[in-house]
Design a protein around this ligand. Structure first.
Ligand code: SF4
Ligand code: SF4
Length: 180
């Protein structure tokens, strides 16, 4: 029936940048978990969480990867918090053309946090010994209409950017790696 209410679970990671010490354990475990085969290697460049680090200014901001966007934003914001000025893109979770963050280094394809699908708790949260990362779940009501799934939106933007053939090649490669 149109307009019927359904609920969905919204998963978030609350970030307390004040507690982060820049150890990068979150980057290591995330990239290891997503390596193919799992835990066969670790490379922070493949991680879905990255830590913006400026040790001389005591700035450490863990950011976990959000949506891919094909366009850079036109206006950007500067934040000053507790007297520290943060880079314009410091708090942004997007995989976007203006920076290298959240792109698979070999293919350049965007990566996105999947909350460590299949695990009880996100691994970055588990490995952060100073509790800079906290996992939270809440239930939200959603309209039961025919919106396209997130995956379809993602695939469409990837196809626009890289062409369908490249996407199909990448999927075929991933499926071979997972079998191996
Ligand atoms: S594991 Fe925690 S303290 Fe270490 S870099 Fe990541 S968020 Fe920061
Ligand atoms: S929740 Fe999992 S996939 Fe997401 S950033 Fe943390 S370790 Fe990576």
């Amino acid at each position: 029936m149109a307009g019927e209410k359904k609920t969905k679970i919204v998963k978030t990671i609350k970030v307390d940048a004040d507690k982060c010490n820049g150890c990068r354990a979150c980057e290591v475990i995330c990239s290891a978990f997503h390596a193919a085969p799992k835990y066969s290697s670790n490379n922070p460049a493949r991680s879905r969480i990255r830590v913006v680090r400026e040790p001389l200014r005591d700035i450490y901001v863990p950011i976990y990867a959000g949506e891919y966007t094909p366009a850079e934003c036109m206006g950007r914001d500067k934040y000053v918090i507790d007297g520290k000025e943060y880079e314009e893109c410091a708090f942004c979770r997007a995989s976007c053309p203006s920076r290298d963050l959240f792109k698979e280094p070999d293919s350049g394809l965007p990566v996105k946090c999947d909350m460590c699908e299949g695990e009880e708790e996100p691994l970055c949260v588990k490995w952060c010994l100073v509790d800079a990362l906290t996992y939270e779940e809440r239930e939200e009501e959603v309209e039961d209409d025919e919106k396209p799934e997130n995956m379809e939106i993602g695939l469409e933007s990837l196809a626009n950017k890289y062409g369908l053939d490249k996407i199909i090649d990448a999927v075929a490669r991933m499926s071979l790696q997972n079998k191996g």
